[in-house]
Ligand binder design. Structure first.
Ligand code: SF4
Length: 255
């Protein structure tokens, strides 16, 4: 039998994270759908991700060597820098240079046979049963390699990796029988990285349960934190009437 969850819920880690950060913020953005303006940092991140994906798409198979990595990244920097204003341009050049250095290290460590990707920007899904319902969790994986390494590129300033994202990715990889050795979160601005931990999966599934229950029952309390300072909805947050809690609503109304 088709259930409301099964056909209307495609849950991405970003939704669970948003709810976990502040349920009220989730409600304003995803339930009430108050229009937002995509901020420039998010757009910049998308552009860098697209350029890195293209780098791998056009990497010549017969030239897996350090010199090619350098040549291609330098060409990207030269060609693409002009599209940014001064401050972003510096940021872009720094990120691409760090990316180049990371790739040189990766080639040295894992060898030519593991250099070119198995997949780029692949969306994977997996089902999970929650209280008799089936929900579908999804994630877009930036890149995966033959040795089982999966990398998620981070282009922003924040250095913390998300246990929710890590856990959901690990769950999905396992369900798709992808023999993943490591999920790495590589922070290209700060030149640091985090390896996803096994226990992240349990943590993320717990958060998924909280998310599903919270959204179904419309539990959207405010959760004040340092995020409030930069929250787009600061103005709306207090002015809207608090929705009734614990009222069962159709899942279809919040897709
Ligand atoms: S201002 Fe703070 S409490 Fe209000 S929605 Fe934004 S993050 Fe949540």
């Amino acid at each position: 039998m088709r259930t409301a969850f099964k056909h209307h819920s495609r849950i991405y880690p970003s939704q669970i994270r948003l709810y976990d950060t502040c349920p009220r913020l989730y409600e304003l953005e995803k339930v009430l759908r108050i229009p937002t303006v995509k901020n420039r940092k998010a757009i910049f991140g998308e552009i860098v991700h697209a350029h890195i994906a293209d780098y791998f798409r056009y990497f010549p198979q017969e030239e897996v060597e350090q010199e090619t990595i350098k040549k291609l990244t330098q060409e990207m920097i030269t060609c693409n820098s002009l599209m940014f204003e001064e401050e972003e341009r510096k940021n872009y050049q720094e990120i691409l240079t760090n990316f180049q250095n990371f790739e040189i290290v990766r080639l040295g460590k894992f060898g030519e046979e593991n250099y070119l990707p198995l997949f780029i920007e692949k969306e994977l899904e997996a089902e999970i049963g929650i209280e008799g319902e089936t929900v579908e969790v999804r994630a877009i994986l930036d890149i995966g390699f033959p040795n089982g390494l999966v990398i998620d590129w981070k282009t922003g300033e924040r250095k913390r990796y998300s246990r929710i994202q890590s856990g959901i990715i690990q769950y999905i990889l396992k369900k798709n029988k992808f023999n993943s050795k490591d999920v790495l979160f590589v922070f290209l601005q700060s030149k640091t990285m985090n390896k996803g931990k096994e226990e992240d999966e349990e943590y993320a599934i717990e958060k998924l349960y909280e998310f599903v229950e919270g959204v179904k029952k419309r539990i959207f309390p405010k959760q004040e934190s340092e995020i409030c300072e930069i929250c787009f909805f600061k103005g709306y947050c207090n002015s809207q009437e608090e929705p009734k809690k614990e009222t069962e609503v159709s899942w279809t109304s919040v897709t």
